[in-house]
Design a protein around this ligand. Structure first.
Ligand code: ATP
Ligand code: MG
Length: 242
């Protein structure tokens, strides 16, 4: 195995519904991991190729690959695992065969949802597909619902937060707010975590979320500068590099 960490982790962003923030979160997670010294690959399974174009612009040192068929995705994932610490999968806007394959291959499946009734309904489908993946892959992947585009004073946001624990999937405690900086980051081909003082709020909430999602894998990354996202690439701990 290539990974200096002794593990390879594949994190997949999926949902039945489009426009919930899969690509936004996948790109930010990939850049965030890279900036902490990890060797990262993005596996773009969306025909629009938005995340691979975004990453290619934001960080050329992240490996970018794209897959269109379940066969392709399985082969590529296998290949990427041989030479990276983290593989981040960006799913298409739907839970078709391609997404199902992506989920079966994953260690962690993240389902972003945003405050709308439709998104709530899509969670039931996501839970079903996750159970299917569990039956094939010995209880893997772990699944997490992530509340995205949350607005403080918005009733639907509050309702979603209240309903989330009953949706049959565990919910990340950290939430991502609806912030203009995420749209600007996409437009400028960069990550909010690399946008200086303007990106500070986004960087703080992203770090909180990613730290929560990584749990036991966290010890391997340098996250000592949790409150200082702007210092650029941090170093892998010595113990890991050896
Ligand atoms: N937290 C956020 N705050 C503000 N805008 C956001 C946030 N997350 C995503 N967006 C915006 O919402 C839109 C949809 O996001 P994104 O493309 O990441 O979703 P997706 O689930 O990948 O969509 P698709 O299914 O089309 O691939 C984009 O314009 C993005 O900039
Ligand atoms: Mg997308």
């Amino acid at each position: 195995m290539f990974s200096r960490y002794g593990f390879v982790m594949m994190i997949v962003f999926a949902n039945t519904k489009g426009g919930v923030g899969k690509s936004t979160l996948a790109v930010h997670f990939a850049v965030w991991l890279f900036d902490r010294g990890a060797k990262v690959a993005l596996l773009d399974c969306d025909k629009q190729r938005s995340s691979s174009q975004w990453i290619a612009e934001a960080e050329p040192q992240i490996t970018v690959t794209a897959a269109d068929t379940p066969e392709n995705v399985a082969l590529l994932a296998q290949e990427l695992r041989q030479s990276h610490d983290f593989v981040v999968g960006d799913g298409p806007g739907g839970l078709d065969d391609l997404s199902r394959t992506l989920l079966i291959l994953a260690d962690l499946a993240v389902f972003p949802i945003s405050p709308s009734i439709l998104d709530l309904r899509s969670v039931a489908q996501a839970t079903g597909v996750l159970k299917y993946a569990h039956s094939i892959n010995q209880g893997r992947p772990e699944g997490r619902l992530v509340l995205n585009r949350m607005r403080k004073r918005d009733t639907i946001s509050r309702e979603l937060q209240a309903a989330a624990p009953n949706l049959g999937l565990s919910v990340a405690r950290s939430v991502i707010r609806d912030l203009q900086i995420y749209r600007d980051a996409a437009q400028q081909g960069t990550a909010a975590t690399r946008m200086g003082a303007r990106g500070r709020d986004a960087a703080a909430e992203l770090t909180q979320l990613f730290v929560e999602l990584l749990t036991d894998k966290l010890a391997f990354l340098e996250v000592g500068d949790l409150n200082n996202e702007q210092t650029g690439r941090a170093h892998v701990r010595k113990t890991v590099a050896q």
